[in-house]
Design a protein around this ligand. Structure first.
Ligand code: PRX
Length: 675
């Protein structure tokens, strides 16, 4: 972490928006109750969380609450339960005919509606199928799917059998998928032939085929035919299933429909797993080249997911709730699948791009289905803002009653636009701050209790001990910037990094002693005590709400035969939050060969961009590549990213260059920028 960073602490925002009386009158958590919960969470966090955990369905109730051996926590460890049973079975008695999932495919006429009973049927059948392949509790299974309702089935079937899932976002390349499957030692992968995105068919199975060849632990590939989405039977004959080198391939619905109802019920029974049993591993970027496999537990994770969904989204039985995240990200785990389904909610899912076939698509779906809660990313809001208010204006959005954002700081202009244009000035906005590692929302307004402020995530949720510290670990005075930390363990915190507990300690618990979790983000409390989450202070970028390590992109660049060295930094971007800028120096023979030939250099830039796309995924392609003879380094050989960031942002370097080894490098880069 470069703690020499300075924070932008000059934010002045005093507009406060208390919730309307109409909203407060029906809110799950009103101000008094909220304050009571905050107080309980402060005085007795373990008691607070134990009460939340008791709202889950336990097969064997727990008696122990917390065992804290920093940085390793165990919560509710002597209890047993099953996450899938919590998300499905316990709603069957009263709500079996309630809609669990309502889905629209990108092609506009495709709609699937599943009741909790339908969801149960699909999940037990797939669970039985996974067991039939010999998969057992503790085995890891990769999920690489488009956002179809079966993606939720995949997660819940794994959870039901005690299999630890690792979902890989469908936009990641075959190489990224391979690395994750190797690291997790996945035995199987669930995929689809393709999904739709911006009108195009995005092939997933073909990536799996490439990845499985180099991932020797993967023995089974279960492929969903996109044409079968939402059905119960395979549209394919078994002869139509292809061959994948090194693994056996099965057709999803062919496998799931091979059981009678009673066989499925029997073979699809929920496994009673220990509270600490790893529910999933989710890979996320850090400050080194290799993504980290964040491990989440079953009971603690589900407790955090359910409690925060109830409080932050004010969920009611008749809400139609839409979190626009893909299941490939933590938001899709906690607030598409586990949190809302644990509460028996109706979840809306959409496969495609927000602007396909027109920029009105989101708003038309809200009107069509009467969606009441919308949870999306600031980058999407900024894109909609740019497309123009006429698009949301064409649809009736009066069904909306609550709006949420996640993934990056939201600028006050975008917040105000969201409030007025989408929310008709009547919907509270919950700006939710959290991370893959925290498992659940940490900082957010509780909408019926807290007056919101554009750009601020407001206050920590009950049960979370959040602070802003200076380098030495002292709380910073109000109004000053510092580092955002969580001082006590919480149930949905990551348990470790898969296969690398030392890295877990190093990454999150080494900045401060005493078991204080360091988020990697800067923060500030303003004069009114409101928290501002200011973004990363380490070498992690946030591009359109997606987390990417600079080192990861650098490693991809230097794996290209023409590249000698690369340094990647972020530059502020109006739409994406941050854009990726890569400074690249080429190998001597390439420099000689390409010289100053503009056409060839331009072609090489394109080649490097696609190379990064192939190595990581399209989301990591640099926006801007600059060739340079050398990179600015300190005398001890460290790349001075601070200077590169300045250069990428302002085109000039005004900061301190005293530790720079060769001043000429910056002069040359600046001169280049002037060209
Ligand atoms: O920098 C913070 C930013 O997103 C990072 C976490 O990224 P990821 O693990 O991919 O999870 C994203 C979805 C939970 C954080 O370290 N971040 C997330 N939410 C906010 C935010 N920054 C400011 N405000 C937020 N509301």
């Amino acid at each position: 972490m470069s703690k020499s960073e300075s924070f932008s602490v000059n934010l002045k925002e005093n507009r406060l928006f208390p919730p309307s009386e109409a909203f407060v009158s029906t809110a799950n958590l009103k101000r008094d109750e909220y304050e009571k919960q905050i107080e309980i969470g402060r005085k007795d966090p373990e008691g607070y969380w134990a009460a939340a955990a008791r709202e889950l369905k336990w097969i064997k109730p727990f008696s122990k609450v917390l065992e804290w051996n920093p940085p390793f926590a165990k919560w509710f460890s002597d209890g047993r339960l099953n996450a899938s049973e919590n998300c499905i079975d316990r709603h069957l008695e009263k709500n079996s005919q309630k809609t669990a999932i309502l889905w629209e495919g990108e092609p506009e006429n495709e709609i699937v509606r599943w009741t909790y009973s339908d969801l149960h049927d699909r999940v037990i059948r797939l669970t039985a199928g996974l067991r039939k392949l010999g998969l057992k509790k503790g085995d890891r299974v990769a999920i690489y799917l488009p956002l179809v309702p079966e993606s939720v089935v995949a997660m819940l079937a794994c959870a039901r059998a005690g299999l630890t899932h690792t979902v890989v976002f469908g936009g990641f390349s075959a190489d990224s998928l391979k690395d994750r499957m190797i690291d997790a030692e996945a035995k199987a992968v669930l995929t689809a032939d393709f999904g739709y995105r911006k009108g195009a068919k995005i092939g997933l199975r073909e990536q799996v085929e490439k990845a499985v060849e180099y991932a020797p632990t993967v023995k089974h590939v279960i492929t969903l035919s996109r044409a079968d989405v939402g059905t119960t039977k395979s549209g394919k004959s078994s002869a139509a299933i292809g061959k994948i080198e090194g693994a056996q391939e099965y057709d999803w619905y062919g496998l799931s429909s091979s059981f009678s109802k009673s066989e499925a019920e029997n073979d699809g029974k929920a496994e009673a797993v220990e509270a600490e049993h790893p529910l999933f591993i989710l890979y996320t970027s850090g400050t080194t080249g290799k993504p980290k496999g964040i491990v989440h537990s079953t009971a603690g994770y589900l407790t955090g997911a359910m409690r925060t969904t109830r409080d932050v989204f004010d969920l009611k039985p008749n809400d139609l709730y839409w979190c626009t995240a893909d299941i490939g990200w933590i938001t899709g785990h906690t607030y598409v699948t586990y949190g809302p389904l644990a509460l028996g909610a109706t979840v809306f899912l959409f496969e495609g791009a927000p602007t396909t076939p027109t920029p009105g698509r989101f708003w038309e779906m809200i009107e069509r289905h009467k969606i009441s809660i919308l949870y999306t990313a600031p980058t999407a809001i900024r894109t909609f803002m740019k497309l123009g208010s006429e698009w949301p204006g064409k649809s009736d959005l009066s069904s909306l009653r609550l709006l949420g954002t996640v993934g990056e700081p939201i600028n006050p202009e975008a917040w105000m636009w969201y409030r007025e244009t989408v929310g008709g000035s009547r919907c509270p906005i919950v700006d939710t701050y959290w991370q893959t590692e925290t498992g659940a929302i940490v900082i957010s307004p509780v909408p019926g209790a807290v007056a919101t402020k554009p750009g601020s995530a407001t206050f920590a949720q009950p049960g979370f001990d959040v602070d802003v510290l200076d380098k030495q670990g002292k709380p910073v005075p109000l109004g000053e910037g510092g580092y955002l930390v969580i001082k006590k363990p919480w149930p949905s915190m990551a348990r470790t990094i898969h296969g690398d507990p030392d890295r877990f300690k190093q990454a999150y618990f080494s900045e401060y002693s005493g078991g204080i979790y360091f988020t990697g983000d800067g923060g500030r409390r303003d004069e009114q005590g409101y928290l501002w989450c200011l973004g990363r202070v380490d070498d992690v970028l946030n591009v359109s709400g997606h987390r990417l390590g600079t080192m990861e992109i650098e490693s991809a660049l230097v794996s290209h035969p023409r590249v000698a060295e690369a340094a990647v930094v972020g530059r502020p971007d109006d739409l994406k939050g941050q854009a990726i800028v890569a400074f690249v120096s080429l190998k001597a023979d390439s420099v000689k060969m390409l010289g100053t030939d503009e056409v060839k250099l331009k072609a090489l830039k394109e080649e490097l961009r696609s190379h990064v796309g192939k190595e990581i995924g399209a989301l990591a392609k640099p926006d801007d590549i600059r060739f340079t003879d050398a990179l600015p380094k300190t005398r001890s050989g460290k790349i001075m990213r601070r200077l590169l960031r300045e250069l990428a942002t302002n085109g000039v370097v005004k900061g301190d260059t005293t530790t720079l080894e060769d001043l000429g490098v910056i002069a040359a880069l600046q001169a280049k920028d002037d060209d």
